[in-house]
Design a protein around this ligand. Structure first.
Ligand SMILES: *[C@@H]1O[C@H](CO)[C@@H](O)[C@H](O)[C@H]1NC(C)=O
Ligand SMILES: *[C@@H]1O[C@H](CO)[C@@H](O)[C@H](O)[C@H]1NC(C)=O
Ligand SMILES: *[C@@H]1O[C@H](CO)[C@@H](O)[C@H](O)[C@H]1NC(C)=O
Ligand SMILES: *[C@@H]1O[C@H](CO)[C@@H](O)[C@H](O)[C@H]1NC(C)=O
Ligand SMILES: *[C@@H]1O[C@H](CO)[C@@H](O)[C@H](O)[C@H]1NC(C)=O
Length: 442
């Protein structure tokens, strides 16, 4: 029976080639169905987007309907000219208030759950993070609407508790930074679609209700010690020095702003002292790399390390990929600069502009890691912290390692090309500009 491969003999036997024809037809039909389906799907997608946009546009002119969806809720906030209207309406409208509450509640549950698993390492925009993707889509849709003003005004710092001249210099620096950031945001910031991602915007902000503080967490810029201080201020601990690293990051002690309802969020944003502490972007990046990749780590090595080695190490062997430790700085940078990252971003190297939204939140206090203790202690005076409470200056992880400073950064950057340095600078461009950092490295 040898040699009877299909389609070779024409004419002599009709059946095999008929079968081939049939197979082809079946294949083609399936293909066409597939294409038709895809077209239909794309059309529907476009249609749905249009509907959404229309809905929003009409919403603007009509009283907001009672809805459950988060997007519409946020649209509703946008529809108001000021927070007073939002609050007023929420009071009148029991139903929407309850919905709001439930909604923000469930959101915070999500973030707490994530917090439990890996307190400090929620990869923003990680593959499993559909919420983030939704945000992105919502954001781009909202860009079409530009009639909104964000209600947060910048206020002067309340210095009634500051006595004497001790803080004169620190205060002058603070005022310069505040003015600089405000100026920058006036020129370049676009608060127009702020509310479209309100819950995301406030998701990194910690709340201390006793002293009315909002603190936006920037990892690798003194955040562990800040959280310790907030815990002491809140009465959760008697001394900052007693709180272990794990208690700081994995405990559920401090509340985040997104765990409150809309009213709670707006009230606090408008009346509390809002602080952010930042750091030279290049130093922060190197510090994050050293912390996460140069020490054993049961999350960053398997999740990020494996993916990074697999994609960016030429001729990586199976063993290296399966292990995931030993990522080189250059490989990490290739991951960072890749627009098709195999794993998402992470808060430790995410830009401050994306973690804390400095042009939308209007921070009252801009601290810098470079002058951390001085800034922090001045801040503690401003908010009326108990006498004797000062900012701790210890490094609680890998404390035997040299702190990441300009010299250390220089060593790491040696491995990179000028082009790569330039691209890192471009990546953190907004952070450089907003906080007046200059780089000697590019
Ligand atoms: C709002 O709801 C509460 C209970 O949830 C109820 O006691 C109150 O009467 C309601 N107010 C209005 C104005 O409907
Ligand atoms: C400033 O702070 C002091 C002390 O906390 C307070 O009594 C005062 O009302 C505040 N002033 C303003 C304008 O908020
Ligand atoms: C906290 O630290 C203080 C002083 O360092 C010490 O006296 C106290 O026992 C510590 N408390 C706890 C609960 O560890
Ligand atoms: C990866 O390799 C290091 C040292 O070579 C080893 O200590 C570590 O346990 C390995 N990790 C895994 C997940 O195999
Ligand atoms: C910005 O930084 C430069 C260089 O460090 C400094 O000379 C300048 O005074 C700063 N500007 C402001 C407004 O702080």
């Amino acid at each position: 029976m040898g040699g009877k491969s299909c389609g070779i003999h024409k004419g002599a036997k009709m059946q095999p080639s008929e079968i081939v024809m049939n197979l082809r037809q079946v294949f083609l039909s399936v293909l066409m169905f597939g294409v038709a389906g895809l077209l239909l799907f794309m059309y529907l997608q476009a249609w749905i987007e249009e509907q959404h946009t229309e809905l929003r546009t009409t919403n603007y002119f009509q009283p907001a309907p009672r809805t459950i969806s988060r997007e519409k809720l946020q649209q509703k906030i946008i529809d108001q000219d000021s927070k007073h209207q939002v609050l007023g309406e929420l009071k009148q409208n029991n139903e929407s208030f309850i919905i709001t509450k439930t909604f923000s509640g469930s959101l915070s549950e999500v973030s707490h759950l994530k917090g439990d698993a890996q307190a400090l390492s929620e990869p923003i925009g990680s593959p499993n993070n559909k919420l983030y993707e939704q945000h992105r889509v919502t954001k781009s849709l909202f860009k079409k609407l530009n009639q909104i003003t964000w209600p947060l005004d910048s206020r002067p710092l309340n210095k009634s508790l500051i006595k004497g001249d001790k803080w004169k210099k620190t205060d002058a620096t603070q005022e310069t930074r505040r003015a600089f950031l405000q100026d920058f945001c006036k020129k370049y910031g676009n608060g127009n679609h702020a509310q479209s991602h309100l819950f995301h915007m406030v998701s990194r902000i910690y709340v201390e209700d006793r002293h009315k503080i909002l603190y936006c967490e920037v990892p690798k810029a003194g955040c562990s010690n800040w959280k310790r201080i907030l815990m002491v201020l809140n009465g959760l601990a008697s001394s900052a020095y007693n709180i272990t690293h794990n208690a700081v990051h994995y405990g559920k002690h401090l509340k985040k702003l997104d765990s409150f309802d809309l009213k709670g969020i707006y009230n606090r944003l408008n009346t509390y002292t809002k602080a952010v502490f930042v750091r030279d972007p290049m130093e922060r990046l190197v510090s994050a790399f050293r912390d996460k990749f140069e020490h054993p780590n049961s999350y960053y090595h398997p999740v990020f390390g494996k993916a990074i080695i697999k994609k960016y190490r030429a001729n990586a062997c199976e063993k290296e990929i399966n292990n995931g430790s030993g990522v080189k700085f250059k490989e990490f940078i290739h991951y960072l600069l890749d627009s098709h990252r195999p794993v998402g971003m992470d808060i430790h190297w995410e830009r401050v502009s994306k973690l804390c939204y400095p042009c939308l939140i209007n921070y009252d206090f801009v601290g810098k890691f470079e002058t951390l203790e001085e800034d922090a202690n001045y801040f503690l005076q401003l908010i009326g912290a108990p006498r004797g409470l000062t900012f701790p200056n210890f490094k609680d992880r890998h404390s035997s390692d040299e702190r990441t400073n300009a010299d250390v950064v220089r060593q790491y950057l040696k491995d990179l090309s000028n082009m790569e340095r330039q691209l890192i600078y471009d990546f953190y461009y907004l952070d450089y500009l907003m906080f007046n950092y200059t780089t000697p490295f590019v």
